[in-house]
Design a protein around this ligand. Structure first.
Ligand SMILES: CC(=O)N[C@@H](CCC[C@H](N)C(=O)O)C(=O)O
Length: 375
């Protein structure tokens, strides 16, 4: 009978209990219970909302190294059929945060047994998918008191085989802004369209117009994304819709492009108000700072990782994904990297099934790296 790696087992436990941003109560309890079972001699634990901070006091500290794992799941109905599938309806760890947490616990376990010379602060951070836990967490008393001198995080990458570390200096993830647009017109009988202002028609037109911002307003040598991921509107098949709502996200490679795209979105919405005789309101929801990897630390990590058995370091290009870890990197030097996890289905897919051996790969890489940086 084969025995499961304990951190794979932890991943499966966490996978069953995905929770949305700032609702990670069971997840927080699980982490606190696990940490409570470790040797306590070198540990200090604090919480903020659903976050957990664990500081492993160094033997002779001159600095603090931060390691961050995100905690929240997504509002997705899981379709993997795995025996450890989500037990929470319409909530799923479809972005690998269960894996991120189990890796962090694996590394923490080792340092709780045998601390480094420096302090290591493990940060279990809520609400990465939204509304964003990193920015408010940076202002907590705990973070101010234990503020790391450098910080590291990873994100699983389903498109790469296990053993791949994909990373680059500088920009790695995009600037993001959520996008919520509400349209209100005049509903009515399906057979009398001339007496109404149909918000399904206005919404359909607006989705098409929004795509022209990227193709016609953004420099082709720059990049941007506008994705509308959800449309709701109307009530029933034979009533013309009085309301419609578009929910989406904007991604850009610079803050400047984000400003321009938002301005253009606002202008198009004004046009829809006039053209479709309706009222439109816009809410840009939460925005994330781009992820910028500090060059010296990134280069050093790439060289370190390349020397480890079973690791292939790949210098990737930047991606249009967002990560509120960008707010941490804006204040603390450090880096994020992609960890190959080999899944046929990608991030945010209801059938994503990352290869769990990536957990051991990451633990075996991070323990010596953090020890090397913390000696
Ligand atoms: C790694 C990842 O997938 N992150 C999310 C962050 C979402 C931020 C926010 N809710 C938005 O949609 O703008 C992503 O979708 O890239």
């Amino acid at each position: 009978m084969s025995t499961l790696n304990p951190f794979v087992s932890i991943r499966r436990d966490l996978h069953k209990i995905p929770e949305l941003g700032f609702q990670e109560f069971k997840t927080q309890r699980y982490i606190l219970d696990y940490v409570g079972g470790l040797p306590q001699e070198h540990l200090e634990v604090e919480t903020w909302k659903t976050a957990v901070f664990v500081r492993v006091k160094g033997k002779n500290p001159s600095k603090t190294i931060g390691y961050r794992a995100d905690m929240d799941g997504l509002p997705i109905l899981e379709e993997t059929s795995l025996p450890f599938s989500s037990e929470h309806p319409e909530q799923m760890h479809a972005c690998g945060h269960d894996i991120h947490m189990s890796i962090a616990l694996g590394v923490l376990t080792r340092f709780a047994e045998e601390p480094a010379a420096d302090n290591i602060l493990f940060i279990f951070q809520p609400a990465e998918e939204g509304p964003g836990g990193a920015a408010p967490l940076m202002n907590t008393d705990t973070m101010q008191k234990w503020k790391p001198d450098m910080i590291v995080a990873l994100h699983i990458a389903p498109e790469y085989p296990v053993g791949t570390i994909a990373i680059k200096e500088g920009l790695l993830f995009a600037n993001t802004s959520e996008l919520f647009i509400d349209l209100k017109g005049k509903g009515g009988h399906a057979a009398y369209p001339h007496l109404t202002n149909d918000m399904v028609i206005a919404a359909c037109s607006l989705v098409g117009q929004l795509q022209t911002v990227v193709s016609r307003n953004v420099d082709p040598l720059d990049s941007a994304v506008i994705t509308i991921g959800k449309i709701t509107g109307g009530t029933v098949q034979n009533i013309i819709a009085e309301n419609a709502r578009l929910e989406g996200t904007i991604r850009t490679l610079s803050v400047d492009s984000m400003k321009k795209v938002k301005q253009r979105v606002k202008e198009l919405i004004k046009g829809v108000e006039i053209g479709y005789q309706c009222e439109a309101s816009i809410d840009f929801g939460c925005m994330y700072h781009e992820v910028n990897n500090e060059s010296t630390l990134t280069r050093e990590f790439m060289e370190f990782a390349a020397r480890q058995e079973g690791i292939t370091v790949f210098e990737c290009s930047e991606q249009m994904t967002g990560e509120d870890f960008g707010f941490m990197l804006n204040e603390i030097p450090g880096f994020m990297f992609w960890l190959g996890a080999n899944s046929e289905f990608g991030l945010h897919h209801s059938k994503i099934n990352p290869d769990e051996s990536a957990i051991e790969t990451a633990i075996n890489l991070l323990i010596p790296y953090l020890r090397y940086k913390g000696e």
